[in-house]
Ligand binder design. Structure first.
Ligand code: DOR
Length: 433
């Protein structure tokens, strides 16, 4: 089976290439990457399929290093099938599944279950992230070696912080021996103290308990310090604060091998989005202030923040709609809006097209030391075709494939749409309103 994509503007940071190119794929692999428009020596007759990408961007399939797929255990929120299909819908061909399932992915049995199920579905590559501690209780380390052997690409207790510093120290030491990445959900639970939104004037006015920025900042500081001490590699998840960006920037200036991600909601929205007790804007860490949003953008621009991840956190309608703000679970369904929200950074002059795509492809691949996120010849054919001008209104109920319809962007018009996603031999065409 051969597929030719022709006439598009190809952006592939792994080859430092942005311009016209044609791409020929055969049997699920990229056979020829033709920069000079012409496929020399290729017999183009009898192509199985020719896709005209005129006016479109052709980019490597995006890699989301922070996705909650919910299976096993919370299949009412999302399944491996719906989550991985939603990923393709959003232009992601690789998603890393966080371990806060039920049972927790803290042993090779669960890791193997996820991998087997994902392979059977064949929608996007699903790479499991194992728990740092058994049951994510923060007390006893999970069996990293066996889980790594089973296919875990990193370790994290995401959803919960590793509160005890000695456990984090040991995790980093252990991970170092395996060259595994530890992903830090940076939150000091004593400082966040059950806060449900950003701490500030607005939380006081709304009568809600606030979670201060410092809860994130001190934990980022701690985990970077422990990484320096142990030589274990740490990645800071969902950075939301100005202070957090500053701490990471200073560490990088010292030469610490730390990577960091933020999510589209942290550069698109402020705490104001929770006004009216909008549970769809409840997320952890919470949405912050205008100053924080600007600092996040600055961090993206100067390279302090390497990666854009979704923190796709689907929840059921019942949990989000029928509960009081304090009782509604935190999280935003993010896979299907991440790309258009991120494209706004190009429009705003924060990132170039190349840098934006790099933060969604090459950088997560590098941090995780996995392949993918490239259109190089010989690699797996995983790519997205994007119309950067197309405007679409987010209609989660109608258009999301994810079971999680929980998004504060519902009803908003966003610019940029994924038109097709190619995952190996599968070509998905998306209907856009
Ligand atoms: O908002 C969030 N939701 N933050 C997390 O860290 C966990 C996630 C979830 O699992 O729902």
């Amino acid at each position: 089976m051969r597929i030719l994509i022709t006439g598009g503007r190809v952006i592939d940071p792994s080859q430092e290439f942005a311009g016209r190119a044609d791409i020929l794929m055969e049997d699920g692999l990229i056979k020829t990457f033709a920069r000079d428009k012409k496929l020399k020596g290729e017999d183009l007759s009898g192509q199985d399929r020719i896709i005209d990408a005129g006016g479109m961007w052709v980019i490597p399939g995006l890699i989301d290093m922070h996705t909650h797929l919910r299976e096993p255990g919370y299949e009412n929120k999302e399944t491996i099938r719906t989550g991985s299909l939603a990923a393709l819908h959003g232009g992601f061909t690789t998603v890393c599944a966080m371990p806060n399932t039920n049972p927790v992915n803290d042993n090779p049995g669960v890791t193997e279950f996820i991998l087997k199920k994902a392979r059977a579905e064949g929608n996007a590559r699903v790479l499991p992230i194992g728990a740092v501690t058994k049951g994510q209780t923060g007390e006893e380390l999970a069996p990293f070696y066996m889980m790594r052997e089973a296919g875990c690409v990193a370790f994290s207790d995401d959803g919960r912080p590793v509160a005890n510093p000695i456990i984090m120290r040991r995790a980093l030491e252990y991970a170092r021996g395996l060259d595994a990445l530890i992903i830090s959900h940076a939150e000091d639970p004593l400082l966040s103290d059950g806060g449900v939104m950003n701490e500030g004037l607005l939380s006081v006015t709304m009568g809600l308990k606030g979670s201060p920025s410092i809860a994130e900042e001190v934990m980022i500081y701690r985990d970077i310090a422990l990484s320096e001490l142990t030589g274990g590699r740490v990645h800071i998840a969902h950075v939301s604060t100005m202070g957090g960006v500053r701490v990471i920037r200073q560490a990088k200036e010292r030469g610490v091998n730390v990577t960091a991600e933020t999510c589209p909601h942290y550069f698109s929205l402020t705490e104001e989005a929770v006004s009216g007790f909008n549970t769809h804007a409840r997320v952890n860490p919470p949405l912050r202030t205008h100053k924080d949003v600007e600092a996040i953008k600055e961090g993206l621009k100067d390279g302090t923040i390497d990666i854009i991840a979704t923190d796709h956190a689907p929840h059921s309608r019942a949990e989000k709609i029928s509960r009081q703000f304090d009782d509604a679970p935190p999280g935003i369904s993010g896979l299907e809006t991440a790309l258009p929200l991120s494209l706004a950074l190009v429009e705003l002059g924060v990132l170039s097209e190349m840098e934006l795509i790099r933060k969604l492809t090459q950088n997560p691949a590098k941090a995780l030391r996995i392949d993918g996120g490239t259109l190089r010849e010989g690699m797996s054919a995983e790519l997205a075709i994007v119309d950067p001008q197309r405007r679409c209104v987010v209609e989660a109920g109608e258009n999301f494939i994810s079971l999680g319809k929980n998004t504060p962007f519902d009803g908003m018009e966003l610019k940029g749409a994924v038109i097709k996603t190619i995952f190996r031999e599968k070509v998905m065409e998306w209907q856009r309103a």
